[in-house]
Design a protein around this ligand. Structure first.
Ligand code: AMP
Length: 471
């Protein structure tokens, strides 16, 4: 299926505009990856799920995407964590990189083509810093490192429309020095003190600044200019501004990136979920309690640019949404009526149009429920084929963004109890049939009497209500 226009909100232009579709080559997308110094939390995961869903959607409508993500595996946060735990910095970065990649796998985030670790691109980083020095955009603070001179880049701030830090901006302590020429100057290459990790290079024994790794990696894979850059909104300033200043100064070509997408935060009681506030739920903690597709659904329920406040009630709403859809799908697969036509065109159009309109996922979800509501009155009159076709459409639309509903597995015991209950019910022995319904409920099953007989269903997404043992 090919859609003519996918619109996105481009932070650089401040407007909704057509997503550029390069002819004859893949769209080059870079999303800032994690700093691997601790387990990822579900706030980090929100950002990566958003871009995973967006890429899956684009690929489903025939976009070719080359999706690159970096992994920051050298950083002061990593060095400090290693000191705290009295281990080597590589022990920390190696451990958390593995956890990150495993978490991504379990969450079904498989759309990234290339993961690039900063430490594997030290020669490219050194080259870019040397170019900036040659072009007089960078200067040395003796015994400290090379810094970018912001006075040479008057366009600084053109993405975020500011040049001053705000609360919730992601910052790096590596950029601090009282000898800087301008307050906002940031480190390109930090000279390492004894005991600190570093690389012996023409710039001296040191390590890269935070922003330079991204532009060195993207220049290596994509060249000095590319199509689309993503990340959460805490990276707009100073991280993404710094990337623009570095790459446009190094190459003299602009724009560095044509279109930028920024995702909203996952919050807790209105505050950004973060390691420093200690208000986070790690991906592992979440996955211990709930299946992966639940987090994907929670993310899908919110517009990617809007904040999303995490709570138990939110998880329950997502569980209910998924269960309602799954129960309806189970019913659709039981229809044996005569109606062979379903309003499928309207549904597919509105689903895809919603996703094409600045990736409006809540509207896309609403279109699924609208379709269900349209089918509902005539549900049991649908033919076997029509029922299955409608179910395939709903399953297919969710699959577009990677939401896969698990197959219903009903145990033999449950089937037996359901048959027994039906026997009692038909004989009007309601006390016995109610007792069996209760038993089925205790086993985690819902039984619903439909015109086509009783439908046994296991709501896989619900955490079972714990019965008071005294009752
Ligand atoms: P970090 O590992 O801290 O570098 O973060 C990895 C990614 O997660 C970056 O794109 C951050 O912008 C993003 N991120 C961090 N906290 C949140 C949050 N609470 N909600 C959404 N995205 C976040």
């Amino acid at each position: 299926m090919a859609l003519e226009h996918v619109k996105i909100f481009n932070t650089l232009s401040g407007q909704k505009e057509d997503l550029l579709k390069p002819r004859g080559r893949a769209l080059k997308l870079f999303v800032c990856g994690p700093t691997v110094y601790g387990p990822p939390h579900i706030g980090n995961a929100r950002t990566f799920l958003i871009f995973d869903m967006f890429v899956k959607f684009l690929r489903s409508i025939d976009y070719e995407i080359n999706y690159l993500q970096n992994i920051t595996d050298i950083d002061d946060k990593i060095i400090n964590r290693a000191k705290e735990e009295n281990v080597g910095w590589k022990d920390i970065s190696g451990k958390y990189e593995l956890i990150y990649l495993k978490n991504m796998q379990v969450l079904g985030i498989d759309s990234v083509n290339i993961y690039a670790k900063a430490t594997e691109y030290i020669p490219q980083i050194v080259e870019q810093v040397k170019t900036l020095i040659k072009k007089e955009r960078a200067y040395l603070i003796e015994g400290d490192g090379y810094y970018f001179d912001l006075a040479t880049f008057p366009e600084y701030g053109k993405l975020s429309h500011r040049t001053i830090e705000q609360a919730e901006d992601a910052v790096s302590r590596i950029d601090a020095s009282d000898k800087k020429r301008n307050k906002g100057d940031f480190a390109l290459w930090k000279l390492s003190k004894s005991g600190e990790p570093g690389w012996k290079t023409e710039l001296g024994f040191g390590r890269p600044g935070w922003h330079i790794e991204d532009t060195s990696i993207t220049e290596y894979f994509f060249g000095p200019q590319y199509d689309l850059h993503g990340g959460a909104q805490d990276l707009k300033f100073p991280h993404h501004e710094a990337e623009i200043a570095q790459q446009e100064s190094a190459s003299g070509k602009r724009p560095f990136v044509k279109q930028w997408m920024h995702a909203g935060f996952l919050t807790v009681d209105g505050n950004k979920m973060s390691k420093s506030l200690n208000n986070f739920v790690s991906v592992d903690d979440f996955l211990e309690k709930y299946p992966a597709e639940l987090l994907r659904t929670i993310v899908f329920m919110h517009h990617y640019r809007a904040p999303m406040d995490y709570s138990d009630a939110l998880v329950q709403t997502a569980q209910k949404n998924l269960n309602d859809i799954a129960i309806f799908l189970a019913k659709l697969k039981k229809t044996r009526g005569k109606i062979s036509e379903i309003p499928s065109g309207d549904f597919l159009n509105s689903f895809l149009e919603s996703l094409s309109d600045d990736f409006n996922t809540p509207q896309a979800l609403a279109s699924i429920f609208e379709f269900i509501n349209k089918l509902q009155p005539n549900l049991w009159n649908l033919s076997y084929k029509a029922g299955h076709r409608a179910a395939e459409l709903i399953e297919g639309s969710l699959k577009t963004v990677g939401i896969l509903l698990p197959k219903q597995i009903i145990s033999l015991k449950a089937r037996f109890l359901a048959r027994k209950r039906e026997y009692y019910r038909k004989n009007k022995q309601f006390i016995q049939s109610d007792a069996l319904r209760k038993k089925l409920d205790e086993l985690g099953y819902i039984i619903e009497d439909t015109p086509k007989g009783p439908l046994l269903f296991k709501p896989v997404y619900a955490t079972r209500t714990i019965q008071n043992p005294i009752e």
